[in-house]
Design a protein around this ligand. Sequence first.
Ligand SMILES: Cc1ncc(COP(=O)(O)O)c(C=O)c1O
Length: 429
Amino acid sequence: MSQEKQTSTVDLYSQYVAPTYGRFKICPKRGEGVFLWDENGTRYLDFSGGVAVNSLGHSHPDLLKAISDQATDLIHCSNLYQHRGQAELARLLTEKVVRINGKCFFCNSGAEANEGLIKLARKFGEISPSSTGEPRHEIVSFYGSFHGRTTGGMAATGQEKIRSGFGPLMEGFKYLPFNDVDELLNGVGDNTAAILMEPVQGEGGINVASEEFLSAVQELCQTRNILLFFDEVQCGMGRCGDLCGWRMISNDQEIKPDAISWAKGLGGGFPIGAIWIADKGVNDLKLCDLLSPGTHGSTFGGSPLASSVASTVVKKIIDEKICDNVIKIGELVKNHLQSHPISLITELRGLGLMLGFQVDVKAINGIEGFQKTNKTPALFLVELLAESGLLTVPAGPDVIRWLPPLNVKEEQIMEALDIMRTVFEKINT
Ligand SMILES: Cc1ncc(COP(=O)(O)O)c(C=O)c1O
């Protein structure tokens, strides 16, 4: 047996893995439901949820079965062929999730899904030009948004810190203030082909679009023949209490997007991305047929394995009415925090189980030793919570995000609230 001391995982990362993340020194080894164990056997309550990915928790038995059954039959085949699993998933997303006629395209991630939307907008702008006859190519997105790390996704993202250092960026994007109807009406021009928005901004700090803003966007899109795109990569698939995040905002008014992007929770941990495109007329063509043969593609997108897992996730959320749990538990957190405020938390934002705790930056700045850490207030607190067994994620510099599994139980929520209360009270005395 080799006597060589095994190099630690943290050291392997530092030597061999590109430093694209500010990683925590936590090395997960095993997961089950809402719990995660690291290499030392320490147990964590995982409310980071793989950043909104593990919708059914870790290693859900139905997911394991879907993976194993499908892998036995067929893992991958080319998109040159027609596999039933992908077609069934497209039907499920269209008929049971969006409930508007349309078609789907499959890829592997959120950024890739948004690339599909960007290409769709360009195709649309070409056949539906501006008043001068020039192709329309502008896509309007919003400050605080996040649409991915690819060159297109970055260009679409309304956060300077994401784009900085990668110029020249892809042209044709314009950013407007989120939830500001006047700026929206003034900012959209003759060249605008599409508006791309997250109904609930995730990375930007859990900012929920107002109902008024959502309807203003829809009305503007309809009157000016502009496409309405929802990036539901983080807020979709039940995270906010409905399979479609925007439906938790729009109440009675029917909002009809022209296209939607998904990823994250759709696969419950298995990589898959998708776009859905409405079956709507554009000249004598259909929007959902604009990405015609040879114009777009993905080798792995919607493989038999990915499609089978995603169908299992979506069916489970529907059949077991998991969105009801999301709404119930989300309300529980809000009510509990209202009746039992937690030190250092000034506000709770979000919908369902996409929750953002705004932290008291002034109070944290006053905590002895904080300034020397050089960390943002959110990161500082997220690290302290992790040391006490609760995994959460920062959303911007001063918001702590909770993204637990959608089937999380009440007692697990109470345990997480207790950890937060104990940790924050201790440091804020
Ligand atoms: C709203 C939104 N869009 C797109 C993305 C990019 O997704 P991915 O990391 O799968 O490329 C993210 C990731 O955080 C996201 O939150």
